[in-house]
Design a protein. Structure first.
Length: 387
């Protein structure tokens, strides 16, 4: 029985292609076989798949770029650029590393971030070359510029002071006040703080005299008068330790303080190295003989500490420093001796000399062992205007 098109089973309906087995090899207009449709779908999928893959790659790259840029912005080192600002000061303490300096730089407003300075220090390869001190650097500097400034010795704020051998405490304090611009009263007060100066063990100090080692010093900006004197005493301590001063004083049957006084007398009397150990021997010989040592430098010092002209000495003054009358050593050193005089005091020359006097216009000395020899040498000195 024949069915109408409308009554046909959906699979047999011409609009749905029908069953291949039912239609056989007949070609029905507007219809395709299932295999043809599958082949076309596969071809379409093959054409679309690469496009989808490319689109996914582009999307991933785009998202990655955004994430990297965002992360980079968050991790970027904050650093100043452009023209730096005014000068300021930054202190680098002893033992500070690049990280410590970086923090100080950031707190002072020199760099925008401590990381900017640390990175610049690492990149320079000179992080270990940073020295303690006070430096002038510019505000709002880049990390690289700040690192360059801290490495430049010209930016270190120091006061250079040279203390000659044989200067007295009063002379040294006046020099320090003049060179640093700090009030003299502050140095005078600091010199009285004997318990704070760092006088080495085994020494008796009535004043700072003798302990202010003559040398060249560089004091950082802001160093206090007390710290300056402490630095000088520290240098003295180091030198006498090198010389084994205390042990050699004991070998002379004297205390370190007594031998320091001898060294100060040598420093104030000698002009030439060869005279120093001989002057030491004269002093020790006279002490052993129980006669006044008669060192004129002590008499002159006694007037100076009283604020009087040392050249007005009469050698009759009632003073513990008048060693023409009093036996033994003066109560304190009479100057601040250098290394050569310290060495001479613990290593006196061998000889029986008991006197010495200036022997020429240059200031060399002649040494004698009798009163008669000394009297003749002294007269020659006076006649030639050498003394």
């Amino acid at each position: 029985m024949e069915r109408s098109v409308d009554e046909a089973h959906p699979d047999d309906h011409p609009l749905f292609g029908g069953d291949d087995s039912a239609v056989g090899d007949r070609h029905v207009p507007g219809s395709r076989s299932r295999s043809q449709r599958h082949r076309r779908k596969r071809r379409r999928r093959r054409r679309i798949a690469p496009l989808i893959a490319i689109a996914v790659i582009i999307a991933v790259v785009g998202v990655g770029f955004v994430l990297v840029r965002s992360l980079g912005n968050r991790l970027a080192v904050a650093d100043f650029s452009g023209t730096p600002g005014a000068l300021t000061k930054v202190r680098v303490a002893s033992g500070d590393g690049a990280e410590d300096v970086a923090v100080a730089m950031q707190e002072a407003g020199v760099v925008k971030s401590s990381r900017a300075f640390v990175d610049a220090a690492k990149k320079s390869g000179q992080a270990d070359d940073i020295q303690p001190g006070v430096y002038q650097v510019r505000l709002r500097s880049s990390g690289q510029a700040a690192m360059a400034a801290i490495l430049d010795p010209a930016n270190r704020l120091v006061t250079k002071v040279t203390i000659p051998e044989g200067n007295t405490e009063r002379q040294i304090l006046a020099t320090l006040a003049s060179k640093t611009g700090l009030p003299a009263a502050q140095f005078n007060a600091a010199a009285t703080e004997l318990n704070s100066l760092g006088i080495p063990d085994g020494y008796t100090a009535k004043t700072a005299e003798g302990f202010l080692f003559p040398d060249t010093y560089q004091f950082d900006d802001g160093t206090t008068p007390l710290a300056m004197l402490q630095d000088m005493v520290t240098r003295f301590s180091g030198r006498v330790a090198q010389l084994n001063f205390a042990a050699k004083a004991k070998a002379l049957s004297l205390t370190p303080s007594q031998v320091l006084i001898v060294a100060s007398l040598i420093e104030s009397e000698a002009k030439f190295p060869e005279d120093r150990p001989k002057i030491a021997r004269v002093i020790y010989n006279r002490l052993a003989s129980g006669v006044p040592i008669g060192i004129d430098a002590s008499n002159r010092y006694g007037l100076a500490v009283q604020g009087k002209d040392p050249n007005s000495v009469t050698y009759q003054e009632n003073s513990p420093y008048n060693v023409r009358i009093n036996l033994g050593l003066p109560p304190t050193p009479v100057s601040n001796p250098g290394a050569a005089s310290l060495q001479a005091a613990i290593s006196p020359a061998v000889g029986n000399w008991t006197h010495y006097v200036v022997a020429d216009a240059q200031g060399h000395h002649i040494f004698t062992s009798t009163e008669a020899e000394f009297a003749a040498a002294e007269q020659r000195c006076v006649d030639n205007g050498w003394c």
